[in-house]
Design a protein around this ligand. Structure first.
Ligand code: PLP
Length: 441
């Protein structure tokens, strides 16, 4: 038997010598599932191929951006043409104007500012919210991830309304002292927080539909409730659509619930596989930003012409037909997963927000496939049989399907997934479900 991970293992050793943990972003390291992370060498459509020559059906899609699949011919051609004219000038360029126009036309924001990562987008949106309101406190929800912004790397303390405690060494108590962490989907907790701190709260930030604790959609018009509560208290409502934007619908989760936020953040799909992200909102709020206003925000590579060309080309290709296809593919995969797991008696829940979904390996399942299932918050998402996911993940990998290497992540589909890939997925799921069933609870 050839060693199918020889080259990946060798690169991982070399990477570990020069990079902490051998990776440039922690979840890539396979710590949650064990084993050697695969080093990818190429991608084509719905497939990625590693340095040992193993090809996988890709259900990570670079954690969201690759909506159209890998190396889409038109995106590749547009990027190559742009690169041939130079890669960065530090001046305004046409594609960033056109990308800004495309975002404004798809979403409720009046104006956008382009940045290079989702982290920068949420960090800048918070600064703008604080600058515009003159208030300090921020409300966030446990289990929502907004990038590695210091003030947002806060964990909830033991009470329902608690000021955040630093979620990682290196973030000081002073930095999270103005962050209030609440349980997700809990309107009473929000009401209580505003009763206590209402005139000090600059903004509530939430994932439009959370995908970073697994997919846990907002229940009972939670976003509309947040928007109204903010409005009534002079605070701003920030909807983080970095993951959901331009993926779930042409706009994002906004296309599902129609709640108009004061500020929004975007990333992932809008960069077409390059580092591009944005934050935007009402014109009067955005006018607080330098050089129009006094809230400072900047970036050497912001609106980079290659990244904006890739993003613009991707968005222009992401038509209604593409979103219909993504929805259909996602529904088919969800059905294949639940059929395979049910056949082997593996308890699970599958929750989805449009085409974004995740599989929770819970202790028992009732009504296994529901869009707004029983997992409503971070505590619920945590109650999973993690060794079962690890066995499932590795069996899928061995059968040529690349899943997110953590039980707390969304699965991402691309429009490039075809019938052959679905057939491969069905075969892989049969063996993976058996592997999961073999794990004792
Ligand atoms: N916001 C959300 C909802 C995200 O899912 C992410 C990343 O996964 C971010 C912000 C941070 O984006 P980036 O990794 O580009 O900094």
């Amino acid at each position: 038997m050839p060693d199918l991970t020889e080259q990946s293992a060798s690169l991982f050793d070399r990477a570990s010598a020069v990079t902490p943990g051998g990776v440039n972003s922690p979840v890539r390291a396979f710590r949650a599932v064990g084993g050697v992370p695969r080093f990818m060498a190429s991608g084509d459509g719905c497939h990625i191929t590693d340095v040992d020559g193993n090809t996988y059906v890709d259900l990570v899609c670079s954690w969201g951006p690759m909506l159209l699949g890998h190396a889409h011919p038109e995106v590749t051609a547009a990027v190559q043409e742009a690169v041939s004219r130079g890669t960065s000038y530090g001046t305004p360029t046409r594609p960033e104007v056109e990308l800004g126009e495309e975002i404004v036309s798809r979403t409720p924001v009046d104006k956008v500012r382009l940045v290079s990562s989702g982290t920068e987008a949420t960090m800048s949106a918070l600064r703008l919210a604080r600058g515009a309101t003159g208030r300090a406190k921020i409300v966030k929800f446990a289990g929502c991830y907004h990038g590695h912004v210091d003030a947002l790397l806060a964990q909830a303390g033991s009470g329902v309304i608690t000021l955040g405690i630093p979620g990682t060494p290196g973030v000081t108590e002073a930095t999270t002292a103005d962050t209030i962490v609440l349980p997700y989907n809990d309107q009473a907790a929000v009401t209580a927080a505003f009763a206590q701190y209402g005139d000090q709260i600059a903004a509530v930030i939430t994932e439009a539909s959370p995908g970073n604790m697994g997919v846990v959609p907002p229940l009972d018009n939670f976003n509309a409730f947040l928007a109204k509560t903010c409005k009534d208290n002079g605070a701003l409502f920030i909807s983080d659509e970095v993951m959901t934007g331009f993926r779930i619908t042409k706009s994002g989760w906004y296309g599902v619930d129609g709640v108009v936020p004061d500020l929004m953040t975007f990333g992932k799909v809008m960069g077409g596989g390059f580092p591009a992200a944005a934050f935007g909102g009402r014109a009067d709020l955005m006018s607080h930003l330098a050089p129009e206003g006094s809230v400072y925000q900047a970036g050497t590579l912001s609106g980079n012409p290659i990244a904006t060309t890739a993003g613009l080309t991707t968005l222009r290709l992401a038509t209604d037909e593409v979103y219909a296809r993504l929805d259909e593919t996602s529904a088919t995969i969800r059905q294949l997963v639940t059929t395979a797991l049910s056949k082997e008696g593996v308890p699970h829940h599958i929750q989805n927000a449009g085409n974004l979904f995740s599989v929770f390996f819970v202790e028992s399942s009732e009504g296994a496939v529901t869009s707004a299932g029983p997992i409503r918050d971070f505590a619920g998402a945590g109650a999973q049989v993690l060794p079962r996911f690890a066995a499932f993940f590795h069996a899928m990998l061995d059968a040529g399907v690349y899943l997110p290497p953590s039980a707390f992540e969304a699965w991402f589909v691309s429009a490039a997934i075809d019938d052959d890939a679905l057939a491969q997925l069905e075969t892989a799921l049969a063996s993976a479900a058996r592997a999961a069933a073999a794990v004792e609870n």
